[in-house]
Design a protein around this ligand. Structure first.
Ligand code: FUC
Length: 937
């Protein structure tokens, strides 16, 4: 009987297997070339990144090399910060937050890079140095000036003044409506970066310094004329974005309207302005940390022609992008990829008719200090030097034309009537490590080129595909297909939240994996705020590494989505940080071990930055160590635990052993001075810190037991663990964000740090503490669903842990919707903060996995938060803690089959629909279970 039943079950399972879900193509594709950078398709090998626009008359490939940053190696620490620590703490305990923040601002922030002297330059600019005539004057002739479109919300860098810091004049005019005669007018010029001197009809009418205040100047009627009135603005921009940036609400115009009227009566000034650069060399501005830089652009200009059948795509299965179109009856195809084995950006141009390929290739860079040079008869090079920085880069472009001819003319390469063309681009910098910039970029770039030129295109392509697929193929996911799967990606994004395209969520998940492979390979640096892709000299938040959510979120999918090896760059960075951080621990807290505040950069800066109300946050290192511990949990690799994870964890535990202090009000240990990221200013004691520290102690105690080391330290950690401030439920039924019940239930801020214990932590679970879980959920309900890209992604994970799949799905829908003013997705599916920030891509991919499998509570929970929209599907290769890899299928919302591969031979505990099964496993064996969780082998 039992045998018969087994047989029937096997037949049933085979039945399911024999009617597989139809899979969609794993491609992003479009019917038109990229207009904006966030339409372009990203490629990368962890070190070199490329954004492919796919233009017909002009192909544009913007590229990056991951080590090109501003700045130089330097000490970021304030030498005697620790002297002020006791006073800051006692002020905070005494409720004197403002005084504590002031003292900390003066003595506790990190040091900035060197500053220039402003006074002399300022005087020269105001005295019109370098100009002929006075542009403020009404009669000034600006007919030879160029034009610029204003406002430019992302800075004038994005509308034609890339790389310009300094003094720029802007001129415009408007006709005074007759009915405004005799009225005072309001000039609303939005925010200006950084300082303006605004003239109307030659008279200075307003001036302000500071980039956060909008300019609204009231001009008295006597300064105005009937008819034409002239406006001239001298803008002094010292660093970062420049110009008239308008308002956060980008639909708001620059305008002028009567003082007694409203904006409805306004004459718009949002239009073309004339401009002249007076000077581009302002005095240096000190920066707490460095910014990631673009390297250059490869441009291919083709003869103009009419085309049909245009398509561009990115194939996630091969990490190869393609553009194709028909022109004059000839089908042209471009193929692009970035090879890790051959360390280069590769492009192949082909046509289905011989002698048909002609174009001109050139290089350029947004860096002012850059030149294009001839290397040999078929190669040119690009040298860039970062302004005021220690880093420089060298790139080489080599063209191989099959038949036809490639020749260098001027600083460009011309190709005429070729059958097929191969372009190879290498790039390198002088960065060796965070202390050493003595590298030889030209030698490196040349060596890469020499090596690859010994191989042919198909060998290079094959090696690339094989290496890429060694990561990508480890997991497949299929949520079925739908009619929408045939739509171009931009249309699918627009349609997704309207329903019926669950397959797109599978594509989004795989795209997250694709992006991680492309920007974080073993041996490269970790993924920064934009992964590896950046086209701006002043990118948002420096495109650096923010550690109060963003850097960690980048690596959330690494273990569960079977990309464990890609975690490596983060671990190497942590080992470097643990060295620079040791200095910070000593100089700021007089403590052993290491501590990381809320940001770091390529130079491994670790001291607090920005402002004392949010820059002094102490849990960065502790949070990062969760990643080494999770790597161990997923892989069960005790050698890794002994040699890499535990030493890092132990040093952070040693820091907290010394740093935690007793809260006089409660007797518990608290962290502080610190903050709950970007909420409530500098305080003693935040729920987030305590959850992270508790997690660290728990992990460190377990690790020391597994490794059988440090028994004395274990005793101390256990004692500290027991005395740490516990999670608390506040008066609104919410999980308290601080030790004191200060939560504001109307606060809709994107940061939800006090829920750290729900995800990525496991301090709060339905099993361990249902009341606290309810309170955490209540806090999230108060905070609301809206948020930036990463905030939406975090909320997918929270709702999955709350086991509310449909709410989690709602968050997926909000994230996969066209990026407008809030979080969403750009045309190329990059996550929109906005602007672009890659963390949301990774956080959401991890969040979808969390709907399917969870393993943070000591067992594997199958389909714990399956949304009704994903009622059928299959995933092969999803990983869990304990060293298991699952192949799982479900249909009609119910598990239908499961294979468990045991990679470490640990006991397997599975839970599904109220059932629990446990069985011993042997390493390397696969266990098959049926829908009832019965073992079939
Ligand atoms: C913090 C966040 C922002 C952004 C930035 C990189 O300041 O509050 O939303 O993610 O880091």
């Amino acid at each position: 009987m039992v045998r018969y039943m087994r047989l029937a079950l096997v037949v049933a399972i085979l039945g399911v297997l024999s009617s597989p879900l139809k899979a969609q193509e794993l491609k992003l594709w479009y019917n038109q070339p990229a207009q904006n950078w966030t339409d372009a398709l990203p490629l990368g090998n962890g070190r070199l990144g490329a954004m492919v626009f796919g233009g017909v008359a002009q192909e544009h490939i913007q590229f990056n090399e991951e080590t090109l940053w501003t700045g130089e190696p330097r000490d970021y620490n304030q030498p005697d910060a620790a002297k002020y620590l006791p006073e800051i703490r006692s002020l905070l305990f005494a409720g004197k937050q403002a005084e504590a923040e002031k003292l900390a601002a003066e003595h506790f922030m990190g040091t900035k890079s060197s500053e220039g002297k402003r006074a002399g330059w300022f005087k020269d600019m105001r005295a019109l140095k370098g100009l002929v005539g006075n542009p403020a004057a009404t009669a000034f002739n600006d007919s030879k000036w160029k034009t610029i479109q204003l406002p430019a919300p992302s800075g004038w860098e994005t509308v034609g003044l890339e790389g310009v810091d300094g003094a720029v004049w802007l001129r415009n005019s408007f006709i005074l409506p007759a009915k405004w005669a005799g009225k005072n007018l309001v000039f609303d010029l939005g925010k200006i970066r950084d300082q303006d001197f605004t003239y109307v009809n030659g008279v200075l009418v307003g001036s302000m310094e500071g980039s956060t205040e909008g300019r609204k100047y009231v001009i008295s009627a006597d300064k105005l004329k009937p008819g034409l009135n002239h406006i001239a603005i001298q803008v002094l921009n010292y660093f970062d974005k420049g110009g008239l940036v308008g308002y956060k609400d980008t639909s708001r115009a620059l305008m002028v309207y009567p003082e007694d009227g409203t904006e409805k009566d306004a004459v718009k000034l949002s239009k073309s302005w004339k401009y002249l650069i007076q000077n581009e060399d302002p005095p240096l501005v000190g920066a707490f940390q460095a910014s990631y830089q673009p390297f250059g652009d490869l441009l291919l200009n083709f003869p103009a022609s009419k085309v049909s059948g245009y398509k561009r795509e990115l194939d996630l299965n091969t990490a190869i992008a393609k553009t194709s179109y028909i022109s004059n009856g000839i089908t042209y195809t471009r193929e692009y990829f970035v090879s890790k084995p051959d360390q280069c950006i590769v492009i192949r141009l082909s046509a289905n008719k011989k002698n048909s390929i002609s174009f001109q290739a050139g290089l350029r860079s947004p860096h002012k200090n850059s030149i294009v040079k001839v290397i040999d008869t078929t190669s040119i090079g690009l040298s860039v030097q970062v302004k005021h920085g220690a880093l420089r880069g060298e790139s080489i472009l080599k063209i191989r034309a099959i038949r036809g001819k490639a020749t260098v003319i001027g600083d460009k390469i011309n190709v005429n009537h070729a059958d097929e063309v191969f372009l190879y681009l290498t790039a390198a910098t002088n960065f060796k490590n965070y202390k050493d910039v003595s590298g030889d970029p030209i030698a490196l770039s040349k060596a890469d080129m020499a090596k690859l030129l010994k191989r042919n295109y198909s060998t290079i392509k094959e090696a690339h595909t094989k290496e890429y697929q060694s990561y990508f193929k480890k997991l497949t996911v299929n949520f079925g297909t739908s009619e929408y799967a045939t739509l171009p990606t931009n249309e699918r994004i627009a349609h997704f939240s309207k329903g019926n395209d669950p397959a797109f969520a599978a594509l989004y998940m795989q795209y997250g994996r694709y992006l991680l492979i492309s920007c974080s390979r073993p041996g490269t640096g970790p993924a920064n705020l934009q992964g590896i892709w950046n086209d701006l000299l002043t990118p948002p938040w420096g495109s650096k590494y923010t550690t109060n959510i963003n850097l960690e979120m980048n690596y959330w999918p690494a273990e569960s989505l079977n990309l464990s090896a890609l975690h490596e760059p983060l671990f190497t960075m942590m080992e470097e940080l643990s060295k620079t951080e040791a200095e910070t621990a000593k100089k700021y807290y007089n403590a052993p071990g290491w501590v990381l505040h809320h940001n770091t950069d390529i130079w491994r800066g670790t001291a607090p930055i920005n402002a004392s109300n949010h820059g002094i946050w102490v849990s960065g290192a502790a949070w990062l160590t969760k990643h080494v511990w999770e790597h161990y949990n997923f892989t069960q690799d005790t050698t890794f635990l002994r040699n890499r994870a535990y030493p890092l964890m132990k040093e952070v535990a040693l820091f907290f052993n010394s740093y935690l202090v007793k809260d006089p009000a409660t007797g518990y240990l608290v962290s502080g001075p610190t903050n709950s990221p970007e909420q409530g200013g500098l305080v003693m004691g935040t729920a987030m810190d305590h959850q992270i520290i508790r997690d660290l102690y728990e992990a460190c105690i377990k690790a020391s037991e597994i490794l059988n080391v440090d028994p004395a330290l274990r005793v101390i950690m256990k004692e500290k663990y027991a005395r740490l401030t516990p999670n608390k439920i506040g008066r609104f039924g919410q999980l308290q964000e601080w030790t004191v019940d200060l939560d504001d239930t109307t606060n809709k801020h994107r940061h939800v740090s006090h829920l750290w214990g729900v995800y990525p932590g496991s301090d709060i679970t339905w099993d361990k503490s249902p009341e606290m879980m309810k309170a955490a959920k209540q806090s999230l309900i108060y905070r609301g669903d809206e948020g930036t890209g990463w905030s939406l992604a975090w909320k997918i994970n929270f709702w999955s842990r709350f086991k509310e799949g449909d709410h989690a799905w709602k968050m997926v829908n909000m994230l996969i919707s066209p990026a407008e003013t809030g979080g969403g997705s750009y045309v190329n599916l990059f996550d929109a903060h906005p602007p672009f920030q890659i963390d949301g891509n990774f956080g959401a991919a991890a969040g979808i996995a969390e709907m399917l499998v969870q393993s943070h509570s000591g067992y594997i929970d199958l389909l714990p938060a399956l949304p009704s929209a994903l009622e059928q599907g299959e995933i092969d290769g999803i990983c869990t803690r304990g060293g298991f890899e699952l192949n799982m299928k479900w249909s009609k919302g119910k598990l239908s089959s499961l294979d468990v591969l045991s990679k470490a031979g640990k006991e397997c505990i599975l839970k599904y629909a109220g059932k629990e099964v446990r069985f011993p496993t042997s390493k390397g064996n696969t266990y098959t279970l049926n829908a009832e969780l019965q073992l079939m082998n």
